[in-house]
Design a binder for this molecule. Sequence first.
Ligand code: NAP
Length: 331
Amino acid sequence: MAFRALVVRKDGDGPVTGAVEELNEDTLPQDGEVLVEVECSGLNFKDGLCMTGGGRLVREYPHIPGVDMAGCVVESGDDRYKPGDRVILTGWRYGEIWWGGYAQKTRVKADWLVPMPANLTSSQAMAIGTAGLAAILGVAALEDHGITPDKGEVIVTGATGGVGSLSVSMLANRGYRVAAVTGQADAADYLKSIGAETVIAREDLSEPSPKPLESGRWAGCIDSVGSTMLSRIITQMAYGGTIAAIGNASGIGLETNILPFLLRGVNLLGIDSVMQPYENRMRCWNNAGEWMQLDTLDSMIRETRLEEMMELGSSILEGKVKGRVVVNPSL
Ligand SMILES: NC(=O)c1ccc[n+]([C@@H]2O[C@H](COP(=O)([O-])OP(=O)(O)OC[C@H]3O[C@@H](n4cnc5c(N)ncnc54)[C@H](OP(=O)(O)O)[C@@H]3O)[C@@H](O)[C@H]2O)c1
């Protein structure tokens, strides 16, 4: 049976190009046990890289991008899933080394799937998606380390991005006072509408700290930016403050000093959503509908078609995407 997909191709040293094509189901990877009709996929920073050839994430062409998807099982060779089951897939390098979710059909390994919680639609599941799973893991990590709303403010970097905006909204919904850091001059109203109490300009944190310890302000931090901004925030953490390091939108370097860790007991926690074990994934997805304010989540969604994804892939790498893009491959 034929289905539509966004296919990216690369000729030798030429650029990566992409177009919506019609493919046959027998072209899908045959070693996946479960055939899924994709209802929605999302747009993540990594999708931008996969659509433009960045980060050497995609090694083989032609390729179907889309690092996450939500949909309905059509056929299953695995006892855990049957036709009609609603499922979610994020991580496991899906959409990078395996054909991904920018398609009406996908064939995947049963081990990668989680059942979709009954309180989420496919669109909401993909508005959460990989970025939201990482944000939930980050907030859970802060709370597992004793951070509660009464401990003080939580700072969120890259606040208009996927991880950032979902973190802002989720933290506010859980009663935290949130300071949102953004490089977008016109984003203050948006960030306040999703729950930020304070908005901080990116420039205020883009220089290295002048001292090993600044006055301690933040109880928690959800960081998707890394590099100089993360190193600056480390020096501003309050006693016992905890940082969930999720991303590297501004670079992979991290220059810091030991004093915030030794004198203030600051915790720097790494977050990985890609290889996260099943039990913890399920814990996060089962909490998602309650931890996120679903009305706010709906207000962040921009639904789109496969035909628009190549352009959106470049936009997300330039930091120009606000809120959550959800692609419906059947539109
Ligand atoms: N660890 C994991 O499992 C995991 C999972 C998902 C994503 N990630 C990573 O998390 C990061 C964010 O992913 P995303 O999907 O949320 O991407 P995104 O939507 O592009 O968000 C990144 C945000 O960072 C800010 N930013 C971009 N370039 C910057 C720079 N040079 N300096 C300072 N801020 C900058 C921008 O926000 P403002 O314009 O508001 O400043 C941008 O919207 C990426 O590095 C991604 O690879 C990791």
